[in-house]
Write a protein that binds this ligand. Structure first.
Ligand SMILES: Cc1cc2nc3c(=O)[nH]c(=O)nc-3n(C[C@H](O)[C@H](O)[C@H](O)COP(=O)(O)O)c2cc1C
Length: 328
């Protein structure tokens, strides 16, 4: 199936669904599964080996588009220079949009996007040259930049800019996708639902905690700020149970994680969410989750999430169209 919007036309995909870049959850398997299902899969520049991730994704998607997300507190300019010529889309989050960086993407032939949390940031992103922007509401899982809900933000951003706008935050169902498309978004960015998929690199205990949680079980906090370099903006949405479990502990370290080298210890309140290689008190770590978490019912293949959202949204939007068509 196909749902055509300004986003799908710009990106060259079939469906208006973008998977959020999400640290170690965003494996090449996840990005490829989303892109192959018709959406836009995203890798993350915080990966241990982004170059290998890009190789694996390129092999798996046979020409379909995907992107790379840079989270500014961990930004590496040399990595951007290396990556931009290899991917269709480069995207940033968590700082004022920077025209110098956007030019690097454009000069390399990539599209450029910025996730923003306010109308001012949206305007700055467009002024800086972005081809599309992501408007993130306070319902979102992970770090949250703004203070208002996705619908009022989307409304104001759509009035202010003329590039395609992707809506993010708390969207986990076909109704949510249909709502933001009907409101004028060109796509929805989905995070939490894709953490709870077979292909995501999140720790299995984290995925199960998402299955068990409801929308009211998340909280915006500054609890998990160890290793986060921005002292002025630290807000993030996580499962409340994780905050409570971490606060009840008094240990300096809550576990360790192995990457390519020796395992290294994870301090209590570290910003890093648990992945497949993490051991220890997973329940106390940064279990990022949006208000969309109520829609997580099981750990399923990512393509199933894409299909569920797209097919359901298409049916709903067709219903809206016939219900609102003036009678002859
Ligand atoms: C586990 C997790 C990690 C995230 N990491 C990033 C990141 O590295 N870069 C980024 O731009 N956004 C990140 N986000 C935020 C997403 O881009 C997006 O705004 C959010 O997931 C949307 O809300 P939802 O989770 O309700 O779908 C993360 C979100 C989650 C849940």
């Amino acid at each position: 199936m196909t749902i055509t919007t300004a986003f799908t036309e710009l990106i060259g995909c079939r469906l208006p669904i973008q998977q959020a870049g999400m640290g170690a959850a965003s494996t090449p398997e996840l990005a490829a599964a989303v892109s192959n299902a018709g959406g836009l899969g995203m890798l993350t520049a915080t990966s241990d080996d982004l170059s290998a991730d890009i190789d694996a994704t390129v092999r798996a998607v046979s020409g379909r588009p995907f992107g790379v997300n840079f989270l500014m507190p961990f930004f590496d300019r040399a990595l951007l220079d290396a990556v931009a010529p290899r991917v269709p889309l480069v995207e940033w989050y968590w700082s004022q949009p920077d025209p110098v960086l956007i030019n690097v993407a454009h000069d390399a032939g990539a599209l450029a996007a910025w996730q923003v949390g306010s109308v001012d940031e949206a305007l700055a992103a467009v002024d800086a040259g972005c081809d599309l922007i992501v408007a993130q509401g306070i319902e979102a899982g992970g770090h949250v930049r703004g203070t208002i809900g996705v619908l009022p933000l989307l409304d104001a951003v759509l009035d202010a800019v003329d590039v395609p706008v992707v809506a993010a935050g708390g969207i986990g169902t076909a109704r949510g996708l249909a709502a933001v498309l009907a409101a004028g978004a060109s796509a929805a960015r989905i995070g939490t639902r894709f953490v709870a998929t077979l292909e995501s690199g999140a720790h299995p205990t984290y995925k199960q905690a998402l299955v068990a949680a409801e929308a009211a079980d998340t909280v915006v906090t500054e609890t998990y700020s160890v290793w986060w370099s921005d002292a002025t903006h630290r807000a993030h949405r996580v499962l409340r149970s994780a905050v409570e479990a971490a606060e009840a502990l008094h240990d300096e370290f809550v576990g360790d994680v192995s990457g390519d080298g020796e395992p290294f210890p994870i301090p209590r309140f570290a910003v890093r969410p648990p992945n497949r290689g993490t051991r220890g008190r997973i329940d106390t770590m940064a279990l990022y989750a949006g208000q969309s978490v109520g829609a997580v019912r099981a750990i399923v293949p990512a393509a199933e999430v894409v299909r569920e959202l797209a097919e359901g949204a298409e049916t709903l939007l067709r219903g809206v169209e016939s219900a609102t068509k003036p009678s002859a």
